[in-house]
Design a protein around this ligand. Structure first.
Ligand SMILES: Cc1cc2nc3c(=O)[nH]c(=O)nc-3n(C[C@H](O)[C@H](O)[C@H](O)COP(=O)(O)O)c2cc1C
Length: 212
């Protein structure tokens, strides 16, 4: 409980390097999370080279000083993935749950090793590859293109970078990302506000649904 409560989403990192051994151990923790039907469909991409980190920072500039990014993918080519996530559409939410479970293992194990993190989504919404913020018009266009699946053809987009520059095949569905590093500034849970809401959690009683 102490470890769970001590972990914070860190957005300003010190620049100190997280070792490859630590990153592999963190990913190993992710692989030991439960997966629906034991599909073990998650794959992990380590982006820790200076150039790779710089590329991600263009899309997520607030992670300055992070040492490595790990992206989580769902392998849609596995027989069970094809069956459950494509054929039986009612199971298609499972990889999202599996990703969440893996990520939580990873960020807690990282914190246990003194390493800070921040989970981030990989939407094409806010920034382009040149590090520029999209205006409202560009955001609308991008939303339409993303919903049509044609965003992967737009050079400024994150998925374009993954598919074309890093050659990540299409059968690996992008799920989520996580930044790792050592905090320069660790958010104060008593003061931090994110998404218009205090990061400090309410009393547990207030999360329980009362039965009539
Ligand atoms: C799926 C997911 C996506 C997130 N995406 C972002 C993000 O894009 N940028 C960011 O700064 N924080 C992101 N966060 C971190 C949340 O803002 C953070 O977990 C929340 O404010 C609670 O703070 P805590 O993690 O310190 O308890 C994300 C968290 C999750 C679980």
């Amino acid at each position: 409980m102490e470890l769970i409560k001590r972990r914070r989403s860190v957005r300003i990192f010190s620049g100190k390097e997280v070792s490859k051994e630590d990153i592999l151990s963190i990913i190993e923790a992710g692989t030991w999370a439960p997966t629906g039907c034991n599909n073990q469909e998650l794959k992990f991409l380590i982006l820790d080279k200076k150039k790779e980190v710089e590329e991600i920072l263009k899309f997520k500039p607030f992670f300055k000083g992070a040492s490595a990014f790990v992206l989580v993918f769902c392998d849609m080519s596995l027989p069970m993935s094809k069956k459950m996530y494509i054929e039986y559409k009612y199971e298609r939410h499972l990889p999202y749950i599996d990703t969440g479970l893996a990520l939580q293992n990873m960020i807690l194990h990282a914190k246990d090793r003194g390493i800070d993190s921040c989970v981030f989504n990989l939407s094409e919404y806010h920034f382009t590859r040149d590090g520029k913020k999209r205006n409202i018009f560009q955001k609308i266009i991008n939303k339409i293109k993303t919903s049509l699946g044609s965003h992967t053809k737009m050079e400024g987009n994150f998925e374009y970078y993954l598919r074309n520059n890093l050659k990540i095949p299409n059968y690996l569905k992008i799920m989520c990302g996580v930044a790792f590093g050592y905090a320069k500034i660790c958010p104060n849970v008593n003061k931090e506000i994110h998404g218009g809401k205090k990061v400090m959690r309410d009393k547990v009683e207030n999360y329980i649904i009362s039965k009539k």
